[in-house]
Design a protein around this ligand. Structure first.
Ligand SMILES: C=C(O[C@H]1C=CC=C(C(=O)O)[C@@H]1O)C(=O)O
Length: 459
């Protein structure tokens, strides 16, 4: 039997009385990416895509029932949490009923003023989709969300039902579509000399004990023969990196997307799970070499120190927000297609009043993306990195009305604007870092995204 749920809830957002109408139906299996692509004409600029690493949850959003944007600096996390709680406080869901999802991200550093591809982008950007697809435990659900101050919206809701059926039909008949790799005209390493200079300056400052660790990043600019569509970009990265978290978030003419190995935090029934991912080495060309490289990484003091800053900081956050928590004594290896990392999973039972966005607020940026001590590292990044990271290295993810959700660290990512893409990668600098080794590490980190978009380095 096909499930159907229908409900209306009265809500209040910023002193406006609104009604929140939700209708969810179960649909036959359809490709979430085909559903995303079905929104190409009408909802371009207002879509999102999410798939967890285990591939047990996929979420797609088309259109905006409501959007929360702000430029409130450190207050931005609390504001999003407040708005989401206001919007959902009267919603009572049945146990099996798919919930409305708030999806979005926070930029890396609200104080960065560098101009570029992120001009005009807010510091927090979250939406509830008009049409939401959730695929979980082999079942697929499509929900309509309408949030309105109109008294009688039955006609409007009927139109949304027709539109939902059109989208589902389009996704089902286009199910088998594949996309070609885009044709690249040029790959430009932006501010390459500045990057080497930044690594050198920061290493010297660390040697002078002005900081312990600072993550310095850089970017590539790719130009394509034709505009690249969002489904095309997501399709390619999905094929390249099946073992990572996949995300795509559109706003106006920008798609920010990527495949990251790094969870910032997941919350499920008051349990929190985070991961320390820092310290890297390439994959070997043979199994034997790969094993040897992994062993080198596990015993390399520079990488172990870099990793330990992250463990200490995540542990201290869990100590504040959790009644109990567990941190393994030693890192293990996290192997993905192009790179292996040192990896320490952390988990804990949250205090009753702690929430996923409080965790995000305290954890971001961990020393895997910022450095240690945090404020000194951020100051140095602002001074030496000649770019604006935008959403790169920031938290991106989703949450539901019960406070469950998952945020990842948006690395191995790119911003796509028409026929240009900006790719980002960085690495942790400590006292004995070497600029050339760091540069080469960024080449390895760029590789999956570059390959997905049809390019390569002549290394
Ligand atoms: C900053 C990035 O990676 C971080 C995550 C894992 C390993 C890292 C490292 O070994 O330096 C970085 O801390 C990036 O991929 O752009």
């Amino acid at each position: 039997m096909q499930h159907k749920w229908l409900k209306t809830t009265e809500v209040e957002v910023a002193s406006n009385k609104l009604s929140f109408y939700i209708e969810t139906i179960e649909v036959n299996q359809l490709s979430p990416l085909a559903f995303f692509a079905a929104g190409e004409k009408k909802y371009k600029g207002e879509r999102f895509f999410w798939q967890n690493r285990e591939k047990t949850l996929t979420i797609v959003g088309l259109g905006q029932a409501i959007a929360f944007e702000n430029r409130l600096g450190h207050q931005r996390f609390d504001e999003i949490e407040y708005q989401w709680k206001e919007l959902t406080k009267n919603i009572v869901m049945e146990e099996q009923e798919p919930q409305p999802i708030l999806f979005g991200g926070f930029t890396f550093d609200p104080e960065n003023k560098e101009s570029g591809e992120w001009d005009g982008f807010p510091q927090s950007y979250f939406t509830v989709a008009t049409f939401q697809l959730i695929k979980q435990h082999e079942k697929t659900y499509v929900s309509i969300h309408l949030i309105t101050d109109q008294q009688d919206s039955s006609n409007l809701f009927d139109e949304l039902r027709e539109e939902r059926d059109r989208l589902i039909h389009a996704a089902q008949v286009k199910e088998l579509k594949t996309y070609d790799k885009p044709e690249i005209l040029s790959v430009h390493e932006r501010n390459k000399e500045d990057y080497f200079q930044a690594v050198e300056s920061v290493t010297n400052l660390i040697r002078n004990q002005e900081a312990d660790k600072v993550v310095i990043a850089r970017s590539l600019e790719l130009e394509f023969k034709d505009s690249v569509s969002s489904p095309q970009a997501i399709y390619q990265i999905m094929n390249e990196q099946p073992e990572s978290f996949l995300f795509g978030l559109e706003r106006k003419n920008l798609l920010f997307f990527g495949a990251t190995p790094e969870r910032l935090v997941k919350v499920e029934n008051q349990y929190a799970y985070s991961a320390c991912v820092a310290g890297s080495i390439r994959r070997g060309t043979t199994a034997k070499e790969d094993k040897w490289l992994g062993e080198q990484l596990l015993s390399d003091s520079k990488n172990l120190i870099e990793h330990q800053y992250v463990v200490d900081m995540i542990e201290s956050t869990f100590k504040k927000l959790c009644a109990q928590y567990k941190v393994p004594k030693r890192p293990k290896l996290l192997k993905i297609r192009d790179i292996q990392h040192l990896y320490t999973p952390v988990e804990g039972k949250l205090y009753q009043d702690a929430s996923i966005l409080q965790l995000v607020k305290h954890l971001h940026p961990t020393p895997a993306l910022g450095g240690a001590p945090r404020s000194k590292a951020l100051q140095m990044i602002r001074e030496f990195e000649k770019m604006n990271r935008g959403l790169y290295a920031g938290p991106i993810g989703w949450m539901d009305a019960d406070g469950n959700g998952e945020f990842v660290v948006a690395i191995r990512s790119a911003a796509l604007i028409d026929n240009k893409a900006y790719l980002y990668a960085g690495g942790g600098i400590v006292a004995d870092s070497n600029p050339m080794t760091e540069y080469e590490e960024t080449l390895v980190k760029f590789r999956p995204m570059l390959r997905a978009l049809g390019g390569q380095f002549n290394e």
